[in-house]
Write a protein that binds this ligand. Structure first.
Ligand SMILES: C[S@@+](CC[C@H](N)C(=O)[O-])C[C@H]1O[C@@H](n2cnc3c(N)ncnc32)[C@H](O)[C@@H]1O
Length: 276
């Protein structure tokens, strides 16, 4: 999901159903077989592997509606969650209302653009940028600025954990037409919807449009279609290594998934750990 989308953008309205959480999905059946191919099944557990009491407060960049933040807080950790979308942060606050006071107190939400991050605390020992969020800043210079901002908010020896798509398994030449991706329940209305998804061809700046529509069936039998479109910027393995190095990080590991799979060109993910 890109920067600063309006609140009524389909990507915000359907976010929690499109990217469900095992912990706090309103409709638990939304956490279905497809979540594995989406890369949502094991990522929270893998992030938890990096969380220790010694980390102190965790910095989560591009926190969205709390899919990762809330489980971290439930595990007893304090988290600063940063996102620059008012609409998605409102959904986060809505999701938090279902949690008890102890968990709510563990979370501080900040509405900021991470490329211009300016927090009081600048000695985080663990920073997390989950679920392709860096790719959702679809411009190379801004991606570099985001990494630099993260670096400036961390203490020496601190770890940054970044989860990205493996570009080699993406369809970089694009799809002919959007195809049905999944059918789920809209977490706000309870209606069934089917998401049709496609990607356009990657351009010379490594930017790709992701587009399609949602067909939601209302109780009176009518189907309402809502189109969506967003962009992401694809990052290649050597590129992310250079980007992190240029900012001052040392790469520790790049894994190919959330279960410590080795990184290969056919891996699902690039799961990167770097040290300041
Ligand atoms: C793919 S979603 C990931 C959300 C969440 N981390 C998760 O794992 O479900 C990307 C998030 O990045 C946020 N975002 C995009 N550009 C941003 C920026 N420049 N500064 C802060 N947040 C940004 C979007 O608002 C969106 O919530």
């Amino acid at each position: 999901m890109n920067t600063n989308l309006p609140k009524d953008h389909a990507s915000i309205q359907y976010y929690d159903s499109d990217y469900p959480s095992e912990e706090h999905s309103v409709f638990s059946k939304n956490f279905d077989d497809t979540v594995s191919s989406q890369g949502l099944k094991h990522d929270v557990d893998r992030f938890l592997d990096f969380v220790t009491k010694n980390n102190g407060e965790i910095l989560e960049l591009c926190c969205g509606s709390g899919r990762v933040t809330i489980p971290l807080a439930k595990a007893g950790h304090r988290v600063t969650g940063v996102d620059n979308s008012r609409g998605i942060l409102e959904q986060f606050e809505h999701n938090l209302q279902r949690e008890n006071e102890n968990i709510r107190q563990n979370i501080q939400l900040v509405e900021q653009d991470i490329t211009l991050l300016n927090l009081d605390k600048t000695d985080y020992k663990l920073a997390i940028c989950a679920f392709n969020s860096l790719m959702c800043i679809p411009d190379f210079d801004s991606q570099c600025k985001a990494l630099s901002s993260i670096y400036n908010h961390m203490s020496k020896g601190g770890l940054v954990v970044i989860d990205l798509m493996n570009p080699f398994i993406l369809n970089l030449s694009g799809d002919a037409i959007p195809k049905p991706f999944f059918t789920r329940k809209n977490s706000h209305t309870g209606n069934s919807y089917t998401r049709f998804a496609a990607s356009g061809p990657m351009n010379e700046d490594q930017i790709q449009e992701l587009y399609g529509w949602y067909d939601e069936i209302f109780p009176d039998g009518t189907v309402k279609r809502k189109n969506y479109s967003m962009k992401w910027r694809i990052i290649f393995p050597f590129e992310i290594k250079l980007m992190l190095k240029q900012v001052g990080f040392n790469i520790k590991t790049i894994e190919g998934g959330h279960q410590k799979e080795p990184y290969t060109t056919d891996a699902k993910k690039m799961f990167i750990v770097a040290e300041k």
